[in-house]
Ligand binder design. Structure first.
Ligand SMILES: NC(=O)c1ccc[n+]([C@@H]2O[C@H](COP(=O)([O-])OP(=O)(O)OC[C@H]3O[C@@H](n4cnc5c(N)ncnc54)[C@H](OP(=O)(O)O)[C@@H]3O)[C@@H](O)[C@H]2O)c1
Length: 472
């Protein structure tokens, strides 16, 4: 048997350390040999929960099946891992100290007879791997990361536009992921609202945030989908702190009613994620007389966010995350053309991209205005992710790009990061892709004048005050 034994102290509460390690999927954040990890068992993490961890070997990789054998709350975690070559038993004992938590990590390896000789020879290598992993765990828990500087590669790719755009594919995510910091911040007491959580990126973000223990309000427009979504996420994560609210967000009457219900509840809002969206290939107006992409993609997040501002202001470190799109890179802010007229020129993609460009400008304006109130407002774009929205609105694009599209979870990763990561608090008014600040323009021709930005704010404020005064 080969035994690795390390002891470290971290300045985090024993509750947070226990929660972070017992979700063994976090191993991919701190163990340098772990390439990926996923939870196999549905429900809350408990004795018997299984995880699959793919670890790198000097040549190739090996897949380990881990089972949580024992879980004594805030005290002891015992995991048994098996693969074709060895069995490993990890015993992690936690002790609360005056300044944090002492972690005693013991890993006992039993190698299969055929490779036990090789293992004995590489015992030194194993010991140093063990030390490195526990040091990685301690660093992840210390959580002293800074916002990453945009890499040189990304800056050059963006300047060349086309290579920049290829980064929207899975390629970009795979590249970006290599530089991701661990995310050990606890969100257990955080209340987050996500719009459009019934499918695609919104669902993926909700699932991940629920797994991390956040208190969620999911906004959806269809009662049956809402019930199914909440039931699915609760079954997968065991998180019971998930509620839903019904609203058709293209209708301002529904947005206002939602705001009123949230205010009635009065719960501070730590994170607001404006994600709901759609690309409409034909032009239509809502019953309230707004062009539908303008209503859903711009006026709705404007009114919702302004309406929920008092609840955001009640939270300790509030954040707003606006989901925009790489499509906006093709459009300049054209305030007068936001509600595209009903002409033969109508293009769903252009209408969509214009609202996303305007939402980006709004993100920057809010960031400035709300800095004093301590509300961080950022935008992200997910790249190209394979979601029901893309399948329905852009079937040809999907056919061409299917092999390189990101999964919904990969597309939603930066939403989750902006909601959770400690270092994300350093940013406001920025645009992110793959946890990296990205330029708001790739082409000089899309830059707007300050006068046009002011015009956008005047338009939205004007429409909003008209709605406030309208009889209901
Ligand atoms: N996927 C991508 O590659 C990509 C790229 C760039 C930007 N985005 C942006 O990412 C966000 C999510 O898109 P997705 O790809 O995940 O699309 P999706 O799978 O179609 O999900 C969109 C979500 O928005 C909801 N929604 C649509 N209209 C609504 C309305 N009137 N009221 C309330 N909810 C409404 C949908 O509800 P239903 O289930 O009821 O339809 C669904 O939950 C959007 O803002 C989109 O513009 C996506």
């Amino acid at each position: 048997m080969t035994v690795l034994h390390e002891v470290v102290e971290v300045s985090r509460s024993v509750e947070e350390v226990f929660a972070y390690i017992s979700d063994f999927t976090t191993t991919e954040e701190w163990d340098s040999t772990a390439r990926s990890a996923r939870k196999l068992s549905p429900g809350a993490i408990a004795q018997g929960t299984q995880f699959e961890v793919v670890c790198a070997l000097p040549v190739g990789s090996v897949t380990l099946l881990y089972t949580l054998e024992r879980l004594d709350e805030n005290a002891l975690i015992v995991l048994n891992g098996r693969c074709a070559f060895f069995e490993v038993r990890d015993t992690i004992t936690l002790t609360s100290t005056a300044t944090g938590t002492l972690i005693d990590y013991r890993a006992e390896f039993q190698f299969k007879p055929l490779i036990s000789g090789i293992a004995a020879l590489s015992s030194k290598g194993l010991q140093s791997m063990g030390r490195e992993s526990v040091a990685g765990l301690a660093a992840a828990l210390e959580d002293n990361y800074s916002l990453q500087k945009t890499s040189r590669f990304t800056r050059v790719a963006d300047r060349l536009v086309l290579p920049g755009v290829t980064m929207f594919s899975r390629l970009g995510y795979t590249r970006g992921r290599k530089h991701f910091n661990p995310m050990s911040a606890s969100v257990k007491s955080k209340h987050m609202l996500i719009t459009g959580a019934s499918s695609g990126l919104g669902y993926a973000a909700a699932l991940e945030l629920a797994g991390r223990g956040a208190q969620l309000t999911l906004v959806m427009r269809n009662q049956q989908k809402a019930e199914d979504t909440v039931a699915d996420i609760q079954r997968e994560t065991g998180n019971s702190e998930i509620r839903y609210e019904i609203a058709d967000l293209s209708l301002m009457s529904d947005v206002d009613a939602l705001v009123a219900r949230m205010k009635q509840r009065g719960q501070p809002l730590d994170v607001l994620i404006n994600n709901a969206g759609a690309l409409f290939n034909s032009r239509a107006e809502t019953d309230e007389g707004f062009e539908q992409s303008f209503a859903l993609l711009l006026l709705s997040p404007y009114r919702l966010t302004e309406g929920l501002k008092p609840l955001l202001a009640k939270a300790a470190s509030p954040r707003v995350v606006n989901v925009v799109s790489g499509g906006m890179y093709s459009q300049k802010l054209e305030v007068e053309a936001l509600q595209m007229p009903d002409t033969s020129d109508y293009s769903g993609s252009v209408a969509y991209a214009r609202q996303k460009r305007a939402l980006m400008v709004l993100t920057q304006e809010w960031a400035k205005e709300w800095a004093e109130a301590g509300i961080a407002v950022n935008a992200m774009h997910p790249g190209w992710a394979d979601t029901p929205g893309v399948r329905e609105a852009l079937p040809q694009f999907r056919k061409l790009t299917r092999r390189v599209l990101r999964s919904a979870a990969e597309g939603a990763d930066t939403i989750v990061w902006l909601a959770v990561a400690t270092e994300a608090d350093e940013a406001t008014g920025e645009l992110f892709l793959d946890r990296e600040v990205r330029p708001v323009h790739l082409l000089g021709s899309t830059r707007e004048e300050p006068r046009e930005r002011a015009q956008l704010m005047t338009l939205l404020q004007g429409l909003s005050s008209r709605l406030d005064k309208a009889p209901r």
